[in-house]
Every structure is written in structure tokens, then in C-alpha cells.
Design a protein around this ligand. Structure first.
Ligand code: PLP
Ligand code: COI
Length: 346
């Protein structure tokens, strides 16, 4: 039975929060997660001494649910979000939420909010944001004794204003992630680190910043919310890799590497020096992530110096376009899902 959708202007949604009908909540106490379930309460009440307020124990995830051409509701690779959140939690000494329960909870909360999943062809999707916080009291530096796991969902449009118009980046003056630190997990603390650079970039007219490795400021890492993709003059997809494990293992990036290989595009995953980019080695650049999907980059500024990507400067270049169309086609059911990435929910 088709769900009647909410009366929203689906084609004009921005990337902003609006509460839906249900969230999912579970609590960890006395060494175990409770059975959890849906809730209509979109707030969380905590003690002033909760661990999250003092030592920032928080990890999160981001994935999307879509309506397919056939009218089903699907989620994209929630198993990888479950796995990454497990790794993020372990890194911050938090009790991981079991992976199978994570996938079940995503299914349950998306199904319950089916009316909020944007219709096929609207260009919008339901953003799913699982997160976990230290909720128990803690005053000395230590892991909290209790935790909340929560999933909120909210319908969203494009992450960058202007949709598919190439954006401009600038090289960040502050660092995002320490070498061998927490850049490879999805923890709120990494984003707090990036807010000053993000706002400086916005104030200077850029959509985002590009972070170089903080150890040597030599290699391209990623932006505050997406991994970087480059295309060399011979059409090879070049994917920056970190010597210091400080890039988030993007699920979109890992999927696009596979998509590129399936399309017969050569892929080279390796450390990429900023000097190579400045020297004009690449003809296209894009940012990839759940929120960003693939957003084309037209220019990167470093002070007065400007690097342009000739094949993708005015509009998205041919390689990024092919990758984006193939990925979104798989996600919304128009292209066969050979790898079993799409999880049917309703
Ligand atoms: N890098 C950062 C810092 C991010 O916040 C995100 C968003 O999740 C990504 C990369 C992209 O990861 P994914 O493709 O798994 O959404
Ligand atoms: C996502 O892409 O899901 C993220 O979490 C990135 C965030 C900047 C919105």
C-alpha cells in the first residue's frame, strides 16, 4: 500500500532539520543496551554532568533513504554505517551499538516515517542521522557510565546551495585532524575543530575548505564533510589516501571507486601532494559523501593563488557526471544493483 506523502515542497528542500513523526531511541545502562524503540519525543533530557557536556563523547553517522522508481523505500549500504559507527564508538571508549540492531533500527525508523521520504524524482532524500552520546555523570576524565543511542530522520535537499554548480574551496588555515588521531572516525569533536575554518571560508565567499595533512601540510586530505576525488588528464580517477590515517573512510567514496572500476575507469588511490594539484595535474575535482553525493569543485584558492579544473570549471565535468549518474541510478533503482548495496525497507 502506497504511503500518502507529507505536503512538502520536495523539489526545494534545503539541507536543514525538520522534525518528523518518529525518532529511534535506546539507552545503555548497567552494561547493556535496552530493547530500544520508536519515540515521538524528539528531545533528550540530560544531567548537567553528562559525559557529552564535558569530555565530548559523541559519535554519529549519516545515511540516506530514497523512494525508487518502483515506489519502494530503500537505504544505501547501512551495513557500512553500522560498521563505521562501531569503530567510532570503540575509539572513544563507548559501548558500540550492535551492528544488526543498528540496521534494524534504521529500517524501523525509516519505515515509520515513510510519509517523510521524498518522492522519486524530487532530487531530495530522507537523511538518517544515528548518533550516540555519553549520558551518564562523569566529572574526572573518564568514559561515561551510561549512553544514549538515537536516530533522527529529516527530509533534505542538496548539501551545497546551487546543487550541481561547481563550488569554490580554499585551503584551510587550521587543521581538522591530528596524524593518527580521530580524523578516521565520525565523531562530533572533529566537526567542532572545523567550524572556525568553515565559517572563515564562508565569510571569504568559499563553499568549504580543503584540509591538507596536519603533519606536513603537503598532502590533500578532505573537506569538513566530504572526501575528495580528482581526475587526471588521462581520465584516471585519483583518490587521495592518508599516510597518517586521518581521512574519514567515506562510504560514498568506497562505492564510487567500485562504480568507476565497473565503468572501466582507471582508479589510483594514493597520497596526492597539494603541489601536484597546484601544478595543474588534474582536470576535474569533486567532493563526495552522503550529504554531498558528488559536488563538483571548480576552483581551489590558496591565498592569491587559484587552481582551476578546466574540464569541470563551469559545469560538472564528464567523469564526475558519469560517476554521479551511475551512483544515484543505483540508489534510486534505475540502474541494477550488482553489489547488493541497496536495502529494501518498504
Ligand atoms: N568526510 C567527512 C569529514 C564527512 O563528514 C563525511 C560525511 O559523512 C564524509 C567524508 C563522507 O562519508 P560518507 O560517504 O560515508 O557519507
Ligand atoms: C554526511 O555526509 O552524512 C555527513 O555527515 C556530513 C555532514 C557534513 C553533513
Amino acid at each position: 500500500m502506497a504511503t500518502e506523502k507529507k505536503d512538502l515542497d520536495w523539489g526545494n528542500l534545503s539541507f536543514a532539520y525538520q522534525p518528523t513523526d518518529f525518532s529511534y531511541a535506546s539507552e545503555w545502562k548497567d552494561g547493556a543496551w535496552d530493547e530500544g524503540g520508536l519515540t515521538e519525543d524528539h528531545s533528550i533530557t540530560l544531567s548537567e554532568c553528562a559525559g557529552i557536556f564535558h569530555y565530548c563523547q559523541e559519535v554519529f553517522e549519516g545515511l540516506k533513504a530514497y523512494t525508487t522508481a518502483g515506489g519502494s523505500i530503500v537505504a544505501f549500504r547501512p551495513d557500512l554505517n553500522a560498521e563505521r559507527m562501531h569503530d567510532s564508538a570503540e575509539r572513544l571508549e563507548m559501548p558500540p551499538f550492535p551492528k544488526d540492531r543498528f540496521i534494524d533500527a534504521v529500517r524501523e525508523v525509516v519505515a515509520a516515517n515513510a510519509a517523510w521520504v521524498p518522492p522519486y524524482g524530487s532530487g531530495a532524500s530522507l537523511y538518517v542521522r544515528p548518533f550516540m552520546i555519553g549520558s551518564g555523570d562523569v566529572i574526572g576524565v573518564a568514559p561515561a557510565p551510561e549512553y544514549h543511542f538515537h536516530i533522527l530522520v529529516t527530509p533534505v535537499g542538496p548539501y551545497f546551495k546551487g546543487g550541481l554548480k561547481p563550488i569554490k574551496l580554499c585551503i584551510a588555515t587550521y587543521d581538522r585532524a591530528a596524524p593518527h588521531g580521530t580524523g578516521n572516525i565520525k565523531a562530533g569533536l572533529n566537526y567542532a575543530m572545523s567550524l572556525k575554518s568553515t565559517m572563515d571560508a564562508h565569510r571569504a565567499g568559499f563553499a568549504e575548505n580543503l584540509y591538507l595533512d596536519s603533519e606536513s601540510r603537503t598532502y590533500v586530505e578532505e573537506t569538513g564533510g566530504a572526501n575528495v576525488l580528482l581526475v587526471a588528464a588521462d581520465g584516471t580517477l585519483v583518490v587521495p589516501k592518508s599516510h597518517t590515517d586521518s581521512i574519514l573512510p567515506s562510504i560514498t567514496r568506497r562505492s564510487l571507486v567500485q562504480v568507476a572500476q565497473d565503468l572501466g575507469i582507471a582508479v589510483d588511490e594514493r597520497p596526492v601532494e597539494w603541489a601536484e594539484v597546484k601544478g595543474g595535474a588534474f582536470v576535474e575535482c569533486g567532493l563526495c559523501g552522503t550529504a554531498a553525493v558528488i559536488s563538483p569543485v571548480g576552483e581551489i584558492h590558496e591565498g592569491d593563488e587559484v587552481v582551476t579544473f578546466p574540464a569541470g570549471h563551469d559545469e560538472m565535468g564528464p567523469v564526475m557526471t558519469r560517476l554521479r549518474e551511475t551512483l544515484t541510478g543505483i540508489q534510486d533503482g534505475a540502474i541494477e544493483d550488482e553489489h547488493g548495496w541497496v536495502y529494501k525497507i518498504v
